[in-house]
Each structure stands twice: as C-alpha cells, then as structure tokens.
Design a binder for this molecule. Structure first.
Ligand code: FE2
Length: 170
C-alpha cells in the first residue's frame, strides 16, 4: 500500500492524469478503511490496520501537495479570469488542511487498533473511520465532477492524457 503514496509523473503523463491515478489510489484506501470499519469490533484484521495506518498520512499529504503545487496553479493560471475557479480552489485547499489533521488522528487510532491497545474506544474509532472515508470520497467526487470536468479542462486547454497534448492546446 505504501508504494501508492507517492504521486509520480510517469513519462508522458499529464498532471491531470497523474491526479486521477492518485484519486484512484485514495479511493482504494477508502475501501480498505470501510472494510476495517465493517469488521469492528470482533473481526478486525490487525495487519490491515497497521498497513492502513502507515499508508494514510503519506498518501493524503503527497496527493494534496501535488494538487496544490502542480495542478491547482496550472488550472488557476489557465483560468485566471474565472473567479469561481479561484473560490473553488480556496475551498479545496481548506478541505485538504482539515483532511490532513483528520488523517493524522485516524492513523494513530488505526495503529492503536492494529497493535491491540486495550484502551481504544471502538465506537469512536468506527465513527472516525466512516467520517474520514465518506469525506474523502465526497472531496474526490467534487474534484472529479467539477475541477476535472471536461468543461473546465477544455476551457483551460488541458486534457487528462499526455503532457504534449496539453501544451499543444494552449
Ligand atoms: Fe483534493
């Protein structure tokens, strides 16, 4: 799972395509977190909790850095006259910030679950897991349907395919 934590631009990949792959990896992690939540309290696989605990923070942080350092500036620059885009990017940045704090707490809770710490509050951990994967799925759905929509990408002269095509269309 940890190898998914780095957003890499493969040769010929556009930033949009790299972000879509990172979203897919996050959605897979959300599925693993949902399985853990469903397994509470008696069927918990501790190893899965440890893996998820390790993958969570780096995956969330690295995807957010890639979005904020590469994708958002690219879209903001191409659509600099569109005020709604600036507001949308501001909203997404603040969601990233909240989600990173949430991911830290959840990572600690998963580690406690994975190491079988007795003092863990199972009900609170289940609530935290569901809150996190539901918020992450909503965030990704919003980014996919709005920021990475065909309408926005074509207005910005971007595609989800390869870098050279993005450059040609600008
Ligand atoms: Fe995001």
């Amino acid at each position: 799972m940890t190898k998914d934590a780095t957003v890499k631009l493969s040769q010929g990949d556009s930033p949009i395509s790299a972000l879509r792959k990172a979203h897919d990896a996050q959605l897979q992690l959300c599925d693993r977190l949902e399985e853990i939540a469903d397994s509470l309290p008696d069927r918990v696989n501790r190893q899965k909790c440890i893996y998820a605990s390790r993958a969570l923070g780096p995956m969330i942080r690295e995807t957010h850095r890639f979005e904020e350092d590469v994708v958002f500036p690219l879209i903001a620059d191409r659509l600099k006259h569109d005020r709604t885009i600036a507001a949308t990017l501001g909203r997404l940045r603040s969601e990233h910030c909240e989600d990173e704090c949430f991911a830290e707490e959840l990572s600690e809770a998963l580690h406690a679950l994975g190491t079988g710490r007795v003092e863990i509050n199972i009900e609170a951990t289940g609530y935290m897991l569901r809150g996190f994967f539901e918020a992450t799925r909503r965030h990704i759905a919003f980014e996919s349907e709005h920021l990475l929509s065909n309408e926005v990408l074509s207005a910005a002269g971007l595609t989800g395919d390869d870098h050279s095509r993005d450059d040609q269309s600008s």
